[in-house]
Design a protein around this ligand. Structure first.
Ligand SMILES: N[C@@H](CCC(=O)N[C@@H](CS)C(=O)NCC(=O)O)C(=O)O
Length: 202
C-alpha cells in the first residue's frame, strides 16, 4: 500500500487531497511539523533535507510534491486527472502544474519564514515586502486564465491540486486581491471539494 510521510499544514496535504480525489487506499505516517520528527535520522533517511511530503511505495521512496503527484497518477491511476499529450489543454496543464513550485511557492516560503518561522529579531522587512509584491503579481495571470473556466484547464486536474493549493496559501497570506474575482471564486470551489477538506484536515 502507498505510504505517505506527512506533517500537518504542509504541502503533504496536496498528496492526501490527490489520493482522496483518486479514491486510492493509503497509509499515513503522521509526524509533527517540528525538527524532532522532520530532522530525525529516521526521516532524513527518507528525505535528506528532512522535509515532507515523502511517498513510499514498496522499494520506491520519492520526495517533491510534483514528482509524487505525477508518479501516483501514472503508476496508480492510469493517467487520471491529466490530459493526454495531444489534448489542446496539455501545454497549459504543464505550465500551471509547474508554475506552482516554480513561481508561486518561492515567495510563499519567504513570507512564511519572515512572518511565522523566524523569531521577530531575525525578520527582514525588505525581504518580506519584496516577496509579498512578487506573490501579489504572480497570481494575476492565474486569475486571467480562469476567465470562463471552473478549473485551470476547464475540467479539474492535477494542476489544480498543485497550483490550487499554492493559491489557497497565497490567499491565506493576504496576497490574492479582492479584484481577482475569477481566482477568488475558483478558490471557493477548490476549498469546497470534500477531498480538499480531507487533505488539509489529515
Ligand atoms: N519543493 C518541495 C518542498 C518541500 C518542503 O519544503 N516542504 C516543507 C513543508 S510544506 C517542509 O517539509 N518544511 C520543513 C522544514 O523546512 O524543516 C515539494 O514540493 O515537495
Amino acid at each position: 500500500m502507498l505510504k505517505l510521510h506527512h506533517a500537518p499544514n504542509s504541502r503533504a496535504g496536496r498528496i492526501v487531497w490527490l489520493l482522496e480525489e483518486l479514491e486510492l487506499p493509503y497509509e499515513l505516517n503522521k509526524m509533527k511539523f517540528h525538527p524532532s520528527d522532520l530532522k530525525s535520522d529516521e526521516h532524513r533517511g527518507r528525505h535528506p533535507l528532512g522535509r515532507v511530503p515523502v511517498l513510499e511505495d514498496g522499494d520506491v521512496m520519492l520526495y517533491e510534491s510534483g514528482a509524487i503527484t505525477e508518479y501516483i497518477i501514472e503508476r496508480h491511476a492510469n493517467g487520471a486527472l491529466k490530459p493526454n499529450v495531444d489534448d489542446p489543454m496539455y501545454p497549459e496543464y504543464l505550465q500551471w502544474f509547474h508554475y506552482c513550485e516554480g513561481m508561486v511557492m518561492p515567495p510563499v516560503n519567504t513570507i512564511v519564514v519572515q512572518t511565522i518561522l523566524l523569531p521577530p529579531e531575525r525578520r527582514n522587512e525588505e525581504a518580506l515586502g519584496q516577496a509579498q509584491r512578487l506573490l501579489t503579481k504572480a497570481v494575476v495571470p492565474i486569475d486571467k486564465a480562469l476567465e470562463g473556466r471552473d478549473y485551470l484547464i476547464g475540467d479539474f486536474s492535477a494542476a489544480d491540486v498543485m497550483l490550487g493549493h499554492a493559491c489557497y496559501m497565497s490567499r491565506r497570506l493576504g496576497c490574492v486581491g479582492d479584484d481577482l474575482t475569477n481566482l477568488q471564486a475558483y478558490l471557493d470551489r477548490v476549498e469546497a471539494r470534500p477531498a480538499f477538506q480531507k487533505g488539509f484536515n489529515a
